[in-house]
Design a binder for this molecule. Structure first.
Ligand SMILES: [Zn+2]
Ligand SMILES: [Zn+2]
Length: 603
């Protein structure tokens, strides 16, 4: 485990070989363990091992790219055979054979011209070479297998002991649907057996919790070929869950001084030209024509909120102005990337825009951070932040950029929030914070963002009257906490395994009468709870009592309420509490108070 595998030199991961020649620069040793840096090197090397195994099994194989991704790596390649899931085992076995040979991994360089000559019969590698800006390319060699790569890699294949191929799929060359289809194999690797085992257990659990499967079983949402791909249809259970989420957040926004607004779904293309979306984002937008005039269907809600701002004269005393909307947006996603509720073509953002002065950026970031913390705690999500700073090409004053970036960092520090920095990774119009949540299966999801914008206020000539009675341009902060309701609910389904907290559960309780004699009492109870805004259902079908209880539990409702003679006599209920895994009896009034207490959400 104490084995050195790479170094960080000037913020870059490099091979042990390359680092030794740079004694003058400071470098950090990377040991073979399960740290992020170490896993990157390990998985990169494992991708080459995968390629070598494929080449040995299919000598005609040609390779495109094999990058490291979150939780693993993949390799895109082409073989004559059609591979399937069952081939993964065979390839894995071949990889293990290669590891046994303990090949050293060596690196040498050549010019781009030489590389083109070397790979002249390999159209895929030539396509890769075309995309590399450098004039000198590095080749990594293990045994008689060579691959073009920037590295870094482990010094030998012998340290690759804990890997697994996880998935096979098709992938268009370079992600372009017009190009040929290649085969993609996904895999993962770790430094220890335990880490691999734990990860594989989590992906098994994730498969069981797949929100598309649960969405169907719990009758939350559906997709329909006749309607179109990526357009979710919300069934009563899903729509109830969603509207509960919406109304909790609505109140929370109001308490924090946000004003609800609503812009139109379509705006003239000319407006999208002013904003720059037409030129820069047009290929992701849908358009329609009315009376010979082209309109763009909104892919974001910003312009509607800008129009609200423009509707009145604004004084510095009015700022900050905080507008929010559950904004429905449409974006063109390629059909290949659509995935349940995670990637759709129509979705609703919990979108807000804050218009403020440069000096007010910090206080508003602080307010948003506390809002984010509130929401994440309610659902039991851990989260982290990433700050993206000024890129090379940017608009706006350096002073304003610095002020805004400092405001973000100070706000994060004051909240003791740890954050990563993506230096130069900001949009050209302002710095931003990305909110990444970690679910119960330790997976990370990018959800909300806080984006400072110096650009749109300029483009639309927004202004307010400042303390000197002069016109000044405000700053705009775009902000979404969930990101989109669709994606967030998808994540929530998998995070909770469909065991939603009572306050968003589509049905709080299912009432099961023991026999026909108790139907009336069951219906009376249902009326009582419904009149107190509690969502209940009665299951009085002809199925046996046990079967009805089982079916109710399968619906993952927080409470199954069983009623018979005893309960009817004492106006009470016998409860199976699914979340607490207990059974108890109480009066209907006590049960009402219990649910009301669980439905209360503190913002
Ligand atoms: Zn590599
Ligand atoms: Zn916006």
């Amino acid at each position: 485990m104490e084995q050195e595998i790479a170094y960080i030199v000037d913020g870059q991961l490099v091979d042990t070989q390359s680092a030794s020649s740079q004694n003058d620069t400071e470098h950090t040793k990377i040991l073979l363990d399960n740290s992020t840096e170490s896993l990157e090197v390990l998985r990169h090397t494992c991708a080459h091992l995968l390629a070598q195994a494929i080449k040995e099994l299919y000598p005609e194989a040609k390779f495109f790219v094999g990058p490291v991704i979150q939780d693993g790596f993949y390799y895109d390649f082409k073989v004559d055979a059609t591979l399937s899931e069952s081939d993964l085992k065979i390839i894995e076995k071949q990889m293990k054979q290669i590891v046994k040979k303990k090949y050293e991994i060596t690196k040498y360089s050549m010019s781009k011209i030489e590389a083109k000559e070397k790979f002249k019969n390999d159209n895929l590698k030539l396509a890769v070479i075309e995309n590399i800006p450098d004039d000198e390319l590095s080749i990594y060699k293990q045994g008689d297998f060579e691959d073009l790569c920037r590295g870094p890699h482990l010094p030998s294949v012998k340290s690759l002991n804990f890997f697994k191929l996880t998935k096979i799929s098709g992938a268009y060359l370079g992600g372009n649907e017009k190009n040929e289809m290649l085969t993609r194999i996904y895999g993962t690797a770790f430094a220890t057996k335990e880490a691999l085992k734990e990860y594989l257990a989590l992906i098994e659990e994730a498969k069981k919790r797949d929100h598309r499967k649960l969405g169907n079983e719990l009758k939350l949402f559906a997709f329909d070929e006749e309607v179109g791909a990526g357009l979710p249809i919300w069934l009563p259970n899903g729509a109830k869950l969603r509207s509960k989420l919406e109304s909790i957040l609505f109140k929370a926004h109001r308490r924090r001084g946000y004003e609800p607004v609503r812009g139109p779904e379509i705006l003239k293309s000319n407006t999208w030209e002013i904003s720059g979306h037409y030129q820069n984002y047009g290929e992701n937008m849908y358009f329609t024509t009315i009376d010979d005039m082209e309109y763009g269907i909104k892919p974001m809600n910003c312009l509607g909120h800008i129009k609200v701002y423009q509707n009145d004269m604004v004084s510095y005393k009015d700022l900050p102005l905080k507008f929010f909307e559950y904004g429905v947006v449409h974006r063109h996603e390629k059909s290949g990337v659509l995935h349940g509720l995670f990637r759709v073509r129509e979705f609703t953002q919990d979108d807000a825009h804050i218009f403020c002065t440069v000096n007010q950026i910090k206080e508003n970031i602080l307010e948003i951070l506390s809002f984010v913390d509130n929401v994440m705690n309610i659902f039991g999500f851990k989260y982290e932040m990433e700050v993206s700073t000024k890129p090379e090409k940017a608009i706006g004053d350096d002073i304003v950029w610095d002020k805004a970036t400092d405001a973000i960092k100070e706000a994060l520090n004051e909240n003791n929030l740890t954050y990563g920095i993506d230096e130069g990774g900001g949009a050209f119009y302002g710095p931003k914070i990305d909110i990444k949540i970690t679910d119960a299966l330790k997976r990370k999801w990018q959800c909300g963002t806080i984006q400072i914008d110096f650009n749109l206020p300029e483009r639309f000539n927004l202004n307010f009257i400042n303390t000197n009675n002069e016109k000044e341009t405000p700053v705009m902060i775009h902000r979404a906490i969930l990101g989109s309701f669709e994606r967030f609910i998808g994540i929530l389904i998998e995070h909770t395994n469909g065991e939603f907290p009572t306050f968003i559960a589509p049905i709080n309780a299912i009432i099961v009468p023991i026999s026909e004699a108790h139907h009336e009492y069951a219906n009376k109870l249902a009326k009582f709870f419904t009149s107190h805004d509690i969502d209940v259902k009665v299951n009085n079908s002809n199925d046996s009592l046990n079967k009805r209880i089982r079916l109710s539990e399968k619906q993952r409702v927080p409470f199954v309420v069983i009623v018979g003679d005893d309960e009817e006599k004492s106006d009470s209920v016998a409860i199976r509490d699914r979340r607490e895994k207990t059974q108890y009896s109480m009066t209907k009034q006590e049960f009402l108070e219990l649910i009301q207490k669980q439905n209360k959400v503190n913002f």
